[in-house]
Design a protein around this ligand. Structure first.
Ligand SMILES: Nc1nc2c(ncn2[C@@H]2O[C@H](COP(=O)(O)OP(=O)(O)OP(=O)(O)O)[C@@H](O)[C@H]2O)c(=O)[nH]1
Ligand SMILES: [Mg+2]
Length: 267
């Protein structure tokens, strides 16, 4: 049984930075994780890349040869990945051991986890190869300055949940940029009635019914719950990792491996 995090979220939400901090953290606590780059457009990495979509296909080549722009080119690359799951991905996964832990750094194009099937098929393939997979959805804390932005971030996360059907951890990234922690707390585990009234205050009266339906939807999926992530703090990274580990049932022996970690080392 292998373990995998699929790190998704809107462009610039901090996925690659999270991946690199997670890698460093695991290195410090003596835990092995393997980083996988699934972004054909990525150029620089702060972590060693154990597996890389760019070895399968190059975005530059695609753009040049097919005359596509960066987003169209990326979608082409991802479809190419989808067509090569059986061959390329199977071969690549053979390089790992049975209980290895992989972290997939995904591109930020929102269509990848809303309606394009490539990530879903990718996940199915991982599952068939005995991986326990968890979706890790990052939302930039700067979204939370405004309830309408927050709802749109939630909707994107919800569409990933529906599309991928995976255990799902929502993370509020870049907590170091939050000056007023109090404002954020209301959003980490918000009361949907309060959100609804805030939303209604922000929007014209004709949206009241729509707002109510949106809130019911969010409530029903009980998904408006975010774990804050402050990369300056080891304890914050460790907490997020712990939540994800529970989701993918990362086992008992793992706990033995990390027992030397001392959360007091912070700040
Ligand atoms: N202050 C602060 N900035 C961050 C943090 N995480 C990421 N950033 C910045 O946010 C920008 C985007 O970060 P990335 O990690 O590249 O985001 P990404 O989600 O991988 O972006 P794409 O792959 O392009 O979708 C960069 O300028 C980072 O330095 C954080 O925790 N705190
Ligand atoms: Mg990235």
């Amino acid at each position: 049984m292998g373990y995998a995090q699929l790190v998704i979220g809107p462009a610039g939400s901090g996925k690659s930075t999270y991946c690199s901090s997670l890698y460093q953290h695991c290195e410090t606590i003596g835990r092995t994780i393997h980083m996988v780059n699934l972004d054909p457009a990525a150029e620089n990495f702060d972590y060693p890349v154990a597996m890389d979509i760019r070895e399968l296909i190059s975005l530059d080549d695609v753009m040049e040869e097919l005359g596509l722009g960066p987003n169209g080119g990326l979608m082409y690359c991802m479809e190419h990945l989808e067509d090569n799951l059986d061959v390329w991905l199977t071969e690549e996964l053979d390089n790992f051991l049975d209980d290895d832990y992989l972290v997939f750094d995904c591109p930020g194009q929102i269509e990848l986890f809303s309606h394009v099937p490539v990530l879903r098929n990718f996940v199915e393939h991982l599952k068939r190869n005995n991986f326990n997979v968890c979706a890790v959805y990052l939302l930039d804390s700067q979204f939370i300055t405004d309830v309408t932005k927050f709802i749109s971030g939630c909707m994107a996360s919800l569409s990933a949940m529906v599309q991928l059907e995976l255990p799902h951890v929502n993370i509020l990234s870049k907590m170091d940029l939050v000056t007023n922690k109090k404002d954020i707390e209301d959003y980490l585990n918000p009361d949907s009635r309060i959100l609804l009234s805030e939303l209604n205050q922000h929007m014209a009266p004709q949206f009241a019914k729509l707002n109510k339906s949106l809130m019911e939807l969010v409530d029903e999926y009980s998904m408006v719950s975010f774990v804050p992530l402050d990369l300056r703090k080891n304890s914050s990274i460790q907490y997020v990792l712990g939540q994800i580990d529970v989701c993918i049932q990362y086992g008992e022996d793992a706990e033995v491996k990390i027992k030397d970690f001392d959360p007091e080392d912070d700040d």
